[in-house]
Design a protein around this ligand. Structure first.
Ligand SMILES: NC(=O)C1=CN([C@@H]2O[C@H](COP(=O)(O)OP(=O)(O)OC[C@H]3O[C@@H](n4cnc5c(N)ncnc54)[C@H](O)[C@@H]3O)[C@@H](O)[C@H]2O)C=CC1
Ligand SMILES: O=C(CO)COP(=O)(O)O
Length: 345
């Protein structure tokens, strides 16, 4: 069922045949765009051809006939109007580097990935700008559990870009009876929010496994919002972004749902599994683990007060007992409630 809009049918390529890439590719196909989904796995590609399903990542989700799998990166991108990149952040640079020689000049590039590159501390749109000079760039982020999108649950997201035209075209390309796309020019804030919330989902999952009550969950989510916005505003984000879908919206869903892989990593660690066991148990991407390390280091470098990041880092990377961290969090200097709006204090 496509929503009537004025955007002509486009050639769309999605890189990464995991759960989110598949969900976004299918929405574009339903909306009458010609979609290629580039993936590494021959088995998954054959599954799509034979059964119209990506049963490894989104079992039971019927894929539209205008979505075609591709195993050949050159073939997948060489005529694209839009390339959406949905591979995990650790593979993002190498995949984009491999793609760029085949990319037509007209192609607009949009990241769906919620992570930060180690060492450079670059966000994915910054990698796109660095590696594909001259192309218009955007980012999609928001409360978007792929399995709920596949289940046709009403979902809202944000397209962030400096280009108003790109924002409008992507809104039209992906808006759908159960999927609504909002625009935001604060690309840095939208993208940073999507990366940071994964850390706090781990914290919340862990706290749930340890028996926390709803007062505790509300306190953790709210203090997480204060902490992540304090950090991002200091690095250049607009604080208002954190009150929208990409900020508090994504934080709420990822800190509330067992469908979130980051939440589940925290939950399994709270139950007593090691980090290694928890990651193996998930078997899919959980970006928050690496993001935690990078944000911890950056917060130390810039002297930004981040007690939750600090505490989680101690538990995960320094084997500090959870009880000791909880005690530390409850006995720090007494603070103001709503300081985060005052630009990076
Ligand atoms: N799943 C979700 O609900 C959402 C995920 N995201 C973000 O989307 C990004 C991708 O996540 P998912 O699709 O969920 O991950 P996933 O774990 O479901 O799938 C990742 C996909 O990337 C592929 N991949 C990994 N390394 C690759 C490489 N070097 N070259 C080519 N392909 C490679 C894998 O084969 C797999 O198909 C992550 O940054 C995640 O935070 C964002 C919103 C929602
Ligand atoms: O970003 C997401 C929902 O918006 C998905 O979260 P996870 O990567 O933790 O599954």
């Amino acid at each position: 069922m496509s929503q009537s809009n004025s955007l002509a049918s486009c050639k769309v390529t999605v890189l990464g045949g995991g759960s989110f890439g598949t969900a976004i590719a299918n929405i574009a196909a339903i909306n009458n765009h010609q979609v290629k989904l580039w993936m590494r796995s021959e088995k998954q590609a054959q599954d799509i051809i034979d059964n119209r399903e990506n049963s490894r990542y989104l079992p039971g989700y019927q894929l539209h006939e205008q979505l075609q799998p591709s195993l050949d990166l050159k073939d997948a991108v060489s005529d694209a109007d839009y390339v959406y990149v949905a591979v995990p952040s650790k593979a993002f640079r190498s995949v984009v580097e491999e793609m760029v020689p085949f990319l037509p000049k007209k192609a607009r590039l949009i990241s769906l990935t919620k992570g930060i590159e180690p060492h450079s501390f670059k966000l994915m749109s910054q990698l796109l700008q660095e590696l594909a000079v001259g192309h218009e760039v955007g980012v999609i982020s928001g409360p978007n559990l792929a399995k709920e999108i596949a289940d046709d649950q009403i979902t809202a997201t944000v397209i962030a870009s400096y280009s108003q035209e790109l924002r409008r075209d992507v809104q039209e390309m992906l808006s759908f009876h159960s999927f609504r796309v909002y625009g935001n020019p604060d690309i840095y804030g939208v993208e940073m929010a999507g990366a940071l919330k994964n850390i706090y989902a781990i914290v919340t999952g862990m706290a749930v496994a340890l028996g926390m009550a709803e007062n505790t969950r509300a306190a953790i989510i709210t203090r997480s919002l204060a902490e992540m916005s304090r950090f991002a505003v200091r690095l250049g984000a607009n604080p208002m972004t954190f009150l929208g879908l990409a900020g508090v919206g994504d934080l709420i869903v990822t800190c509330s749902s067992k469908l979130s892989r980051n939440y589940r990593v925290g939950y399994y660690i709270g139950e007593g599994q090691t980090l290694k066991q928890a990651i193996k148990h998930i078997g899919e991407t959980a970006e928050g683990i690496n993001t935690l390390r990078m944000v911890y280091e950056k917060s130390k470098e810039l002297d930004i007060y981040m007690p939750l990041v600090n505490g989680l880092y101690k538990i995960i990377y320094q084997d500090c007992p959870v009880e000791q961290v909880a005690k530390m969090l409850m006995s720090g200097d007494l603070a103001q409630d709503v300081e985060f709006m005052s630009a990076g204090v």
